[in-house]
Ligand binder design. Structure first.
Ligand code: PLP
Length: 415
């Protein structure tokens, strides 16, 4: 990747993954050139082919996440859309929900919106400030007879912290409380098994670790749980059109309107790429990148990175701060001098920043938050080491600039 002749290293995979596997792009071009039709909206071969492309993607997702039935993977606009479909679809007036302080605004805002309207109540549980991990026992204690949803971000998009969802899943199942997992930062990076981990609803972006294009998302609904979920939008499904009410069957019940078939064609190849590489192999690559980053930045003067300080309980999302340096300035320096692309600010997760103490600007008038580097399947450990070296170079330069010039001993003696 180059721009104006300068080599660039993309470290913003937590926002969206880049690059995509060539197969993803080829499938989208093929769709545009040779299929083009809208699935379920025609009897001709191309419309049938479009339906087959969509079906293949569901099957691959079902294999990848060890689902029970491909029809229980619903296509959405993005991860926020999938989260909203569950939060607004399951909660009824008087219900209570549980989330945690590391959650993204895509969980916090829907819960806050309905709480502020007096429809529901919810508890936002504190986490351990160092690691960002919630104690599963705190979740058990927060469950009340009115609790109708536990919504947890699997991986933090601020610190990379990975919650112990299997343990939380057991608690949720024992209490018969539906369990929603936001896998925006983990799907495609570490193994997720919806059956083994007791997940009732899994929300994923298609465009991050699953390597599909922007504008794709996925919602897994455990068989049976769809009965608890009201639709949040209704419309044409290309099926049972004689009825003016929403079909009961999956996946049509939750997929109103024409599909983003070209996006799904790309997503399908992204998931196939992950299946071919193997998630254990990709997770090992994530761990190697985390280790390379941690080794290279540990001990750098004035540089802090947040969340788990070892490779355990984390993915490759690193929020950093240089003492006394604005996160935006750091991001600009990384881009302009080293071609390293990062994201500064609060990352749509203000409560996570409160937890780690970075919700206030590092300097007066600066940007609140941190500078975030996030690594994906196409980053190499060499790139990670280069990015970490750039950080340590900037750390020592800023430290020198901030250190007042030493005074002569004679002058010292008079102050
Ligand atoms: C943890 C987490 N949840 C949800 C989202 C929302 O994802 P999307 O942009 O696909 O709606 C993000 C995006 O950054 C995220 O990091």
């Amino acid at each position: 990747m180059t721009r104006n002749g300068m080599h660039r290293i993309y470290c913003d995979n937590a926002a969206t993954s880049f690059p995509k596997p060539p197969e993803v792009l080829q499938a989208m071009v093929h769709y545009a050139e040779h299929i083009g039709a809208s699935a379920g909206r025609g009897a001709y071969a191309e419309a049938r082919q479009s339906a087959l492309v969509i079906r293949a993607c569901r099957e691959r997702l079902n294999t990848f996440f060890n689902g029970e039935n491909p029809d229980h993977f619903i296509f959405t606009l993005n991860c926020s859309d999938a989260l909203n479909m569950v939060i607004h679809g399951i909660l009824k007036p008087g219900d209570h929900a549980i989330c945690i302080a590391m959650d993204h605004n895509s969980i916090l805002r829907p819960l806050n919106e309905w709480t502020s309207r007096g429809v529901i109540s919810h508890s936002r549980l504190a986490v351990q400030p160092g690691t960002g991990l919630v104690n599963p026992a705190d979740i058990r204690s927060a469950i009340t007879p009115r609790t109708r949803l536990i919504a947890i971000g699997h991986g933090s998009n601020v610190t990379g912290t990975v919650q112990h969802i299997e343990e939380i899943g057991k608690i949720a199942r024992a209490a018969s409380v539906p369990f929603l997992v936001d896998a925006a930062q983990t799907a495609g990076h570490i193994p997720i098994d919806v059956q083994a981990q007791g997940i009732d609803f899994l929300a994923c972006p298609g465009h991050k670790g699953l390597l599909g294009p922007l504008g794709t998302g996925v919602l897994y609904i455990r068989p049976g749980m769809q009965k608890l979920l009201s639709t949040v939008r209704e419309g044409g499904t290309g099926s049972v059109s004689e009825r003016d009410s929403q079909p009961e069957f999956m996946p049509d019940r939750f997929e109103s309107g024409s599909h983003n078939a070209i996006g799904i064609a790309g997503l399908s190849e992204g998931v196939q790429w992950l299946l071919d590489k193997g998630i254990n192999h990709l997770a090992a690559h994530q761990r190697a990148m985390c280790q390379a980053f941690i080794t290279a930045v540990t001990g750098a003067p004035g540089l802090t990175f947040f969340g788990p300080q070892t490779v355990a309980d984390r993915v490759g999302v690193f929020s950093v701060r240089l003492a006394g340096v604005d996160p935006l300035e750091l991001a600009n320096e990384l881009e302009e001098e080293f071609g390293i692309l990062t994201r500064p600010g609060l990352h749509c997760a203000p409560a996570a920043h409160q937890t780690i103490g970075t919700d206030q600007p590092a300097i007066s008038g600066g940007l609140a938050g941190t500078t975030r580097l996030s690594f994906g399947a196409f980053n190499t450990t060499a790139q990670v080491t280069t990015a970490a070296a750039a950080l340590t170079t900037l750390a020592s330069r800023h430290l020198k600039q901030q250190t007042p010039p030493s005074r002569s001993p004679a002058l010292h003696a008079h102050v």
